[in-house]
Design a binder for this molecule. Structure first.
Ligand code: SPQ
Length: 432
């Protein structure tokens, strides 16, 4: 499908909005609720396609999950209570679903087959499969288990001390989840800190997770107990409106109840360094995940260098940070971000290709990109390539391009932000 976005002379963005629940936290809430003993109530679940896939997979393993809009009630079966699925588990576009599920299934003494869409078929699964094989799970798949389709038969596992070559929350989570039922202690050490929602939520479900710098450890034979979870707004979704409010002239936006877990707020740090006017008002301190209302006003931005330990804290926001950089004075260099190549698309390639069509001066590098500001953007026919974050970034870019911009494959946005286009239109005001 294609979406036509019209931008009139002198539009500005104004208003207060809420973004849908955090995708990473939503997946984990459904997964942990399913393998916990007792009932789990979730409020504010993201109802995008990725999280609906997670629900579907656990329903296929006999878990009773009832959903009323974004409120969900799960009758947990305990890890040992999951049933062998009669059908193939299809995760479609969701990397988090397949990788974390592999960690859970490594404990289950039955057989399961996992597939996804064309994008998932290109994404590396060996980063999760390798440590799980070391723990004793039986996994096979295309190219020796490196890609989907995959099949897994779990069983009795032994804890390992795993040194991960990549800073990846999906790898860390899969190994820790496998460790829940393994003999002994299971540890994962990563080169930089990735998002820590799994560690926080395991504690909420009554498990012990130990931390020693970048090393996270879990003892085997732990049981999760059902609980109640309130999911904050997704900072990765808020990111599109943060940047929109900064680069569209005469704008001011407030985004309510946004998750500000420090492992996710790299975008705030980077935008502030670029000169952004951002105000954060911290909310309820009692939640396991910190939350704030965030206000942004149109600002003059300057180019900066982004790399090193901050990359895992903003990896999913790089497409929209690249857009912000097209409107900054000077050059922005994004480096140490080769992980972008194995996301829903190769995000170095798709960002450079699509923003160039709109007049941005941007080039790909081996591990990131170089953006030369400031560019005047013009309308074009652009393509999300089936990647929700590329589609949303292009929709925000269209607000600077007077005229009509067509976004092809716009339906991908439903993966993480079902009402995105309606919300964007509601915030548009004329300057006169
Ligand atoms: O779930 P999926 O498809 O991997 O989603 C993405 C995204 O942009 O929405 C990545 F393409 O987010 C990942 C993120 O990049 C979600 C995630 C998580 O919930 O644990 C962790 C990050 O991936 P990784 O590979 O660094 O662990």
């Amino acid at each position: 499908m294609s979406m036509l976005l019209k931008t009139d002379e002198g539009i500005r963005l104004k208003g207060t909005l809420s973004v849908p629940g955090d995708k990473s936290i939503s997946h984990r809430a459904v997964m942990f609720g399913s393998i916990a003993e007792g009932t789990t109530k979730i409020h504010g679940l993201l109802t995008g396609d990725d999280c609906l896939r997670t629900i579907d997979c656990f329903q296929k393993m006999g878990v009773q999950i009832e959903r009323n809009e974004d409120d969900v009630e799960i009758r947990g079966r305990g890890i040992d209570g999951l049933q062998e699925p009669k059908e193939i588990l299809d995760v479609r576009n969701s990397g988090t679903t397949i990788r974390l599920l592999l960690g859970i299934l490594a404990n289950a003494a039955f057989h399961a087959c996992l597939i996804g869409d064309e994008s998932i078929a290109k994404r590396p699964m060996d980063r999760v499969v390798q440590p799980l094989l070391k723990m004793g799970a039986k996994i096979d798949g295309r190219e020796n288990g490196s890609f989907t389709p995959l099949s897994i038969r779990g069983g009795s596992l032994t804890g390992i001390d795993y040194i991960s070559p990549v800073a990846s929350a999906q790898v860390k989570s899969a190994v820790l989840l496998a460790g829940l039922r393994a003999d002994g202690v299971t540890s994962v050490t990563e080169p930089q800190l990735s998002r820590d929602h799994t560690e926080r939520m395991l504690r909420l479900f009554g498990c012990e997770v130990e931390e020693d710098g970048l090393k996270k450890s879990i003892k085997g034979n732990q049981t999760l107990r059902g609980t109640t979870i309130h999911i904050p707004g997704d900072i990765s979704s808020a990111a599109f409106f943060l940047v929109a409010g900064l680069i569209v002239p005469n704008s001011e936006l407030t985004i309510l109840n946004t998750g500000i877990n420090p492992t996710r707020t790299g975008i705030i740090d980077v935008l502030k360094e670029m000169g952004a006017d951002i105000l954060m008002e911290r909310k309820d301190e009692s939640s396991i995940e910190p939350v704030a209302d965030i206000t942004v006003k149109t600002s003059s931005l300057k180019g900066i260098e982004i790399g090193g330990d901050i990359i895992p804290r903003l990896i999913d926001e790089i497409p929209v940070i690249a857009l912000a950089a097209t409107q900054a004075d000077g050059t922005t260099i994004i480096k140490d971000a080769a992980e972008l190549k194995v996301k829903e698309t190769n995000r170095i390639e798709t960002v450079v290709k699509e923003l160039s069509k709109m007049g941005a001066r941007i080039e790909a590098t081996e591990d990131g990109m170089k953006i030369y500001g400031k560019s005047k953007l013009h309308p074009a026919t652009v393509d999300s390539h089936g990647d929700h974050r590329i589609g949303m970034m292009l929709a925000i870019a269209s607000c600077l391009a007077k005229g009509e911009t067509a976004i092809e494959n716009n339906e991908a946005i439903g993966i993480s932000f079902p009402r995105f286009f309606d919300l964007l239109e509601e915030l548009k005001h004329s300057n006169t």
